[in-house]
Ligand binder design. Structure first.
Ligand code: AVJ
Length: 317
C-alpha cells in the first residue's frame, strides 16, 4: 500500500470512529515509531506480564512446540502474522534450525519498517533459514503465500494480538484464517487468560503511566499525520477490566467541553465524554477450544506458562 492510500484509510477510520457515539479509535494505529517505542517500554515494565509469560512458553515448552510444528517431517512455511521484533518466535526458529528442519520463514506485516528490521537482523543470526518478508494485510498476504510454495503452512499469531479484537471480531478472524489454510496446516495462536482481575487491570493501568502515554500518542499521531489539533492535556487515560466478560478496555476521557479539528472536520467533545481506545480480551481455556471448534479448527493443546496466565493454543486445520 502506498503512503497516500494509508493516510486516506487512516483518516476515514479516525473520522468514522469519532463520529460514532460513544466515540472510538482503532488501536491498530497505536504503532507508529513513538508507539512502537512505548510498546517496547510496556513489554519491559514490571506490571505488564503478557510478554514475559509468552516468552516463558517459547523457552520452556520448545520441545513440545517443535514436535507439533515438525509433525511428519515434511517441509513447511512458518508464517508469522505481526512478527514485531521476533522476540518470541526467534526461539522456535533457532530450535528448528538446530534440528535441521526444512522450513521457510514468512513474516507478514503492514509495517515496512518492521520487515526491514527483520531483513537485517535475522539472516546474520540464522544464515541457513530462507526469509521472505510479506508487506501487507494479513489475509491478502496469506493468499499470496500459497503461490510462494505449496508447502504445508504453520501460522503464528502471537502476543495476544487476537485480544485486540472483540470476541465477535475474533470469530470472524478465525473463520477467515481457516478459509485461507488447508487440511493438515497448523495454527499457534496466543490468548491471554483470565486471572486475578487486579493483575490484569494493573498491567494496563501501570504505575509508570506508560500505557497512558501509549494511548495519548494516537491523538498526537492524528495531530501530526491528519492535521489534527488535539490538546493532549485535555485527555486522561482510564482503564477497566470486567471479570464477568473478560474485557479489559482503555479509554481517553475528555476533561472539558472541546471542539477538535481534524483537517476540515470538527469533532465536538463534551466534558467527561470518552473515546474507547482499545480492548484486550481475556479468555478461559474452554472459550479458546470453543473459538477453535466453532470456526473449523481442531484444538490439539494449549501450551501455557508456569503461572497459567497465558496460552499459546495449537489448532490443526
Ligand atoms: C500488543 C495487543 C498484545 O493488548 O496486551 C499493551 C497491546 N495495550 N498495553 C495487549 C497493549 C496496552 C497488547 N498487544
Amino acid at each position: 500500500m502506498v503512503n497516500g492510500d494509508f493516510v486516506v484509510k487512516f483518516y476515514n477510520e479516525v473520522i468514522a470512529g469519532l463520529s460514532q457515539y460513544p466515540k472510538r479509535l482503532p488501536s491498530k494505529y497505536f504503532y507508529d515509531a513513538t508507539g512502537d517505542n512505548l510498546f517496547q517500554q510496556i513489554m519491559h515494565s514490571p506490571d505488564y506480564y503478557v510478554t514475559r509469560c509468552e516468552l516463558e512458553i517459547f523457552t520452556t515448552q520448545l520441545p513440545e512446540m517443535t514436535k507439533l510444528v515438525i509433525k511428519d517431517g515434511s517441509p513447511f512455511d512458518l508464517i508469522e502474522l505481526g512478527p514485531g521484533d521476533c522476540y518470541k518466535s526467534i526461539h522456535l526458529m533457532k530450535e528448528l534450525t538446530r534440528l535441521e528442519t526444512d522450513f521457510n520463514y514468512l513474516p507478514i506485516d503492514i509495517s515496512g519498517a518492521v520487515l526491514d528490521q527483520i531483513n537485517t537482523t535475522l539472516p546474520p543470526l540464522l544464515p541457513n533459514m530462507p526469509v521472505q518478508c510479506m508487506n501487507g494485510e494479513y489475509f491478502q498476504m496469506l493468499s499470496k503465500a500459497k503461490w510462494y510454495s505449496s508447502n504445508r503452512k504453520v501460522v503464528l499469531c502471537l502476543g495476544g494480538n487476537i485480544g485486540n479484537m472483540t470476541v465477535e471480531e475474533s470469530h470472524t478472524f478465525c473463520k477467515a484464517l481457516h478459509k485461507h489454510l488447508n487440511p493438515g496446516d497448523l495454527v499457534i495462536i496466543g490468548f491471554d487468560l483470565v486471572k486475578n482481575p487486579n493483575v490484569i487491570r494493573t498491567a494496563y493501568y501501570d504505575r509508570e503511566g506508560i500505557t497512558s502515554l501509549f494511548n495519548l500518542n494516537l491523538l498526537e499521531r492524528i495531530n501530526q499525520e491528519l492535521e489534527g489539533n488535539f490538546n493532549l492535556n485535555d485527555f486522561e487515560h482510564y482503564c477497566s477490566y470486567e471479570p464477568e466478560t473478560g474485557a479489559c478496555k482503555s479509554f481517553l476521557v475528555c476533561l472539558a467541553d472541546r471542539i477538535v479539528r481534524i483537517r476540515n472536520k470538527e469533532i465536538i467533545f463534551k466534558k467527561d465524554e470518552y473515546i474507547w481506545m482499545e480492548i484486550s480480551q481475556k479468555y478461559n481455556p474452554g472459550q479458546i477450544s470453543e473459538m477453535a471448534l466453532s470456526n473449523g479448527f481442531k484444538p490439539i493443546g494449549n501450551l501455557m506458562d508456569s503461572k497459567r496466565w497465558f496460552a499459546d493454543a495449537c489448532w490443526e486445520v
